[in-house]
Structures are given as structure tokens and as C-alpha cells.
Design a protein around this ligand. Structure first.
Ligand code: ADP
Ligand code: ADP
Length: 236
């Protein structure tokens, strides 16, 4: 599904955030990027939605080398993101926040007026239920929800556009351990149900072991381990 070929990113200030990353992520895999802060996990994830332009090397996405603007659009349309700090619009309802996941496809006018086709609203409501929220949450403002509930909305927003790849950048870093497990389980179930590929960055080894199909451990921009959770030793 995704190939990274000798991907390198050096920022303008000289920081080498990714150095010669070579990975092949098959469709449907739940791949955890594990590593301490500053390892380059976000940079890698952001290269997949075009927020980071590699300095050298290339990405091949669904068989298509990503080299120009059209390729970038092709990739972006198939990728959704779940954020550490949820990134919901606080004053909007849960429903509208979830529908915002469609903005790439829906027209801007529609979204500004808040008029979405009934079918899309139905889909959104079903998705809201499937992430463990109830009917009474649908018209609540996002700002009134707990952190765990906000991340449930974040996951529903990511999946509404039927993405092929979901990027989750430290999705549980601001949640307590029990809720973190629930959210990881939810992310795993949601992606499995749709055969979506997930790249999820984490710094917690225990969560990585529990939920990953595959762990890619990073340190200072390099891959230091790539394998199944059972092969992960304590050194990395
Ligand atoms: P992680 O997600 O693993 O915490 P990041 O990808 O955010 O790591 O960062 C990797 C390295 O790149 C860090 O040293 C960070 O300070 C640096 N970095 C990230 N973004 C920028 C930027 N826009 N300009 C300069 N350095 C950056
Ligand atoms: P085309 O001529 O096919 O439209 P260009 O070569 O002009 O494409 O590139 C379009 C823009 O996309 C450029 O600004 C380039 O820097 C940027 N770009 C290309 N690949 C990537 C990537 N993987 N991530 C982020 N930006 C990219």
C-alpha cells in the first residue's frame, strides 16, 4: 500500500528528522511507529499527507510514485488523520465535526452553510454510534466532551471519508491509561472492519505490543527495529 524508498528529511535548520527510511506497509496492516519524542515519527506521518516534503527519496502510494502536485492530491484524498490533541472545532457539534472529515469531497459552500445531504448525516450518525457515543452526543458541542469522547469523534471524522490509510499521531498521548486502551482498541476495530491501513505513532511500548501487527521503532530519524511485537526486545 505504501512504500518509503530512502526517504530523508532535513529541515532548513539542519535537523535530520528522517534518515534513509525504507519501509513497505501492506494494505490493512496496523503498523505502530514507536519511539521517544523527537525520533521522527510525526515527520514520517506528515510526509504521507503532504505536510512534509521529503528532501530526498520517494513515497510510492498505492503503486503510484508521489512526485508532483497531482500525485500529492491522489494521496491526500486517500489518507485521513487522527491527532494527539483531537483537533475538533470546539463550537461545532459532534455531527458537524464528523462531517468535516468529508470536506475534501463536499463543496465548501455546503459545509459553510451546514447543509449536508441526509445520507451523509445518516452515515455520520451511524459512525458516531459505532465509536461508542450515543444519540444524545450527536448535537452536543465538541467542547463539552471529555478527552476520550473527543478522540472518539476524531476517529469517526477520520473514517467518514472511507480512507485507505489512517495516520494517527500519538492519538492517546493526552489520555489516561485505561481510556488509552479503549481508544487503541477502537482504532484497531474501525480499521480492521474496513481493511484500512493504519500508521500510528506511540511512545508507550506496552500499547504498541498489545495492538500492533507490526512495530517500527525509530530513534533520531532512523529505523532501529522493524518486526512483530513478539520480537521486540527490551533494548529498543
Ligand atoms: P516525533 O514525532 O518522533 O516526536 P518529530 O518528527 O516531531 O519527532 O521530530 C523529529 C525531529 O525533527 C526533532 O528533532 C524535531 O525537533 C525536528 N523537527 C520537527 N519539525 C521541524 C521543523 N518544522 N523544523 C525544524 N525541525 C523540526
Ligand atoms: P506537477 O508539475 O506534477 O504539478 P510539481 O513537480 O510542480 O508537480 O510539484 C508540485 C508541488 O508538490 C511542488 O511544490 C512540490 O514541492 C510538491 N511536492 C512534491 N512531492 C511532494 C511530497 N511528497 N510531499 C510534499 N510536497 C510535495
Amino acid at each position: 500500500m505504501i512504500q518509503f524508498e530512502a526517504l530523508t528529511k532535513q529541515f532548513a535548520d539542519g535537523t535530520l528528522a528522517m534518515h534513509n527510511i525504507n519501509l513497505e506497509i501492506p494494505k490493512g496492516q496496523f503498523c505502530v511507529l514507536l519511539g521517544p519524542s523527537g525520533a521522527g515519527k510525526s515527520t514520517l506521518l506528515r510526509s504521507l499527507n503532504g505536510l512534509v516534503e521529503p528532501t530526498s527519496g520517494r513515497i510510492i502510494f498505492a503503486g503510484r510514485p508521489i512526485t508532483g502536485r497531482q500525485d500529492l492530491l491522489f494521496m491526500r484524498r486517500r489518507v485521513a488523520m487522527v491527532h494527539q490533541s483531537f483537533n475538533l472545532v470546539p463550537r461545532l457539534t459532534v455531527l458537524t465535526n464528523v462531517l468535516c472529515g468529508l470536506l475534501g469531497r463536499a463543496s465548501l459552500i455546503k459545509s459553510l452553510l451546514g447543509v449536508f445531504p441526509r445520507e451523509q448525516k445518516h452515515n455520520a450518525c451511524r459512525l458516531i454510534e459505532s465509536v461508542g457515543l450515543s444519540e444524545e452526543h450527536v448535537y452536543r458541542k465538541a467542547s463539552g466532551l471529555s478527552g476520550g469522547q473527543q478522540q472518539r469523534v476524531g476517529i469517526a471524522r477520520a473514517f467518514i471519508g472511507d480512507p485507505e490509510v489512517v495516520l494517527a499521531d500519538e492519538p492517546v498521548a493526552s489520555l489516561d491509561p485505561r481510556i488509552s486502551r479503549d481508544i487503541m482498541q477502537l482504532l484497531r476495530n474501525a480499521s480492521q472492519a474496513r481493511n484500512a491501513t493504519v500508521l500510528c505513532s506511540l511512545h508507550q511500548v506496552d500499547l504498541a505490543r498489545e495492538f500492533a501487527d507490526r512495530i517500527v521503532a525509530m530513534k533520531t530519524g532512523r529505523v532501529v527495529f522493524d518486526g512483530s511485537p513478539s520480537d521486540l526486545t527490551d533494548e529498543v
